[in-house]
Design a binder for this molecule. Structure first.
Ligand code: ZN
Length: 279
C-alpha cells in the first residue's frame, strides 16, 4: 500500500529565489544573514536564478542551483537509433554496438540490504516511542546502500547515454512506465529501476546536446513486425526470444525487432527493413 507522506516527517528543503540569496567569495549567503560554506562540485556556468538547499536521507546537505544553460550541439552524424527496454538487456538498440546489458547493480547489494532491513525490523521502535540508536544506525546504513546503488545506476546510464547521443542525430525510445515496481521480485524491481535511470539519463543528455529524442508509446511494440508493420494476432510469450512474422516471414531476435519498431513508429526509418540507416 502507498504510505501517506506527512510534512513533519519529510526531509527539510529551503528554496530561495533571486532576492533571497547571494554568492560572495565562494560562500552562499541566504536570507536572515546566514552564511554557508559550500563545497563546489563544479563552477556555475552562469549566474543562478534560484537555489534549493536540502537534506538527503543520509543527513547530508546539498545546495542545488538553477542556472539557464544553452544547448551544446554535437556534430551531425546522419545516424538514427531505436531503443527498446528490457529485463536482461536494459537497452536493446538497432545498433549492436549500443546495446546495454543489465548491470545488476541492485543484485550485488541485495544481500546486505536484506540484512539491514532485518536489523531495522528487529529494532523497530514501539508505537509512540522514540527510535533507538541501533534502529537509526540500521536505517542510515540502508539509506547509504540504496544511495550507492542509485549512483552506480546513474553512472552507468550517463556513460551509455553519452555514447548513444554522440553517435546519433535522432533517437526513438520506448516510453517505458515502470508498472511492476510495487510488487514482484527484487530482480524485477532492479531491472525497472535501471530502465528508469537509463531513460532519464538519455532524455537529459539528448536535451543537453540538442538531439532529437522521440518517445514512442509502448503498446504492441512486441507484436508488430518491423519489416512490414503487420501486427501479430497474439502477444509473444516472454519465453519466445525470436520474432517470426506470419505475414512476410521476416525472422529477427525479439528485442531487435521491437527496437526497429520504435524507429518506424517515430517516423525515423520509413524504409523499415533491416534497420537500414537513411543516407
Ligand atoms: Zn512482417
Amino acid at each position: 500500500m502507498p504510505r501517506i507522506k506527512r510534512k513533519r516527517d519529510a526531509l527539510p528543503t529551503l528554496n530561495y529565489t533571486r532576492r533571497g540569496f547571494r554568492l560572495k567569495d565562494g560562500r552562499l549567503h541566504v536570507a536572515g544573514g546566514i552564511a554557508l560554506t559550500v563545497l563546489w562540485s563544479r563552477e556555475l556556468p552562469a549566474a543562478p536564478t534560484s537555489v534549493r538547499i536540502y537534506q538527503d536521507s543520509l543527513g547530508h546537505w546539498y545546495a542545488s542551483f538553477v542556472v539557464a544553460t544553452t544547448a551544446q550541439p554535437l556534430p551531425a552524424t546522419g545516424a538514427v537509433l531505436g531503443v527498446d527496454w528490457g529485463v536482461k538487456e536494459t537497452a536493446t538498440t538497432t545498433s549492436d554496438a549500443h546495446d546495454l546489458p543489465h548491470a545488476e547493480h541492485g543484485k550485488n547489494a541485495a544481500q546486505r540490504l536484506a540484512r539491514y532491513q532485518r536489523m531495522m525490523a528487529r529494532r523497530k521502535p514501539a508505537r509512540g516511542q522514540a527510535a533507538s540508536k541501533g534502529y537509526r544506525q540500521a536505517r542510515k546504513q540502508t539509506a547509504k546502500l540504496n544511495k550507492k546503488v542509485a549512483r552506480q545506476r546513474q553512472d552507468t546510464a550517463r556513460k551509455w547515454a553519452k555514447s548513444v547521443v554522440r553517435d546519433h542525430d535522432s533517437i526513438a525510445v520506448e516510453d517505458f512506465r515502470p508498472k511492476f515496481l510495487s510488487r514482484t521480485t527484487m530482480a524485477r524491481k532492479a531491472a525497472d529501476a535501471a530502465i528508469g535511470a537509463t531513460k532519464t539519463a538519455l532524455i537529459e543528455m539528448g536535451r543537453k546536446h540538442a538531439r532529437d529524442i522521440r518517445l514512442v508509446h509502448p503498446a504492441h511494440t512486441t507484436m508488430d513486425c518491423a519489416h512490414c508493420m503487420t501486427r501479430a494476432k497474439h502477444a509473444l510469450p516472454l519465453s519466445e526470444r525470436t520474432y517470426t512474422c506470419t505475414a512476410c516471414g521476416a525472422v529477427s531476435p525479439r528485442d531487435k525487432n521491437s527496437a526497429r519498431v520504435m524507429l518506424v513508429r517515430a517516423g525515423l526509418n520509413p524504409a523499415g527493413a533491416e534497420g537500414v540507416r537513411p543516407p
